[in-house]
Design a protein around this ligand. Structure first.
Ligand SMILES: [Zn+2]
Length: 69
C-alpha cells in the first residue's frame, strides 16, 4: 500500500497511516513541516515527534518523543 500524501498548507504535508499507532494501533496522521515530522493518533490523541526515513518498502517511522494531546 502506498500512502497518499496531501499538501495541506504551503509547507505542510500530511499522510495517513492505517494501524500505525504504536499505542492503540489506530490511524496515524503524519505531518511534515520545516520543523520536522510529527504524528497524531486519530484515536488516542497521542502526539509523537518522529523521524521518517524512506526505505525500499515505503516509509519507516522512528518515534523520538511522546506527548498527550
Ligand atoms: Zn493511538
Amino acid at each position: 500500500m502506498t500512502p497518499e500524501f496531501r499538501r495541506i498548507a504551503e509547507r505542510l504535508t500530511e499522510v495517513s497511516l492505517a494501524k500505525a499507532c504504536p499505542f492503540c494501533q489506530g490511524q496515524l496522521e503524519l505531518r511534515f513541516s520545516p520543523e520536522g515530522a510529527r504524528t497524531v493518533c486519530a484515536t488516542c490523541q497521542i502526539i509523537n515527534r518522529a523521524e521518517v526515513r524512506r526505505t525500499k518498502d515505503g516509509l519507516a517511522v522512528d518515534f523520538t518523543s511522546t506527548a498527550k494531546a
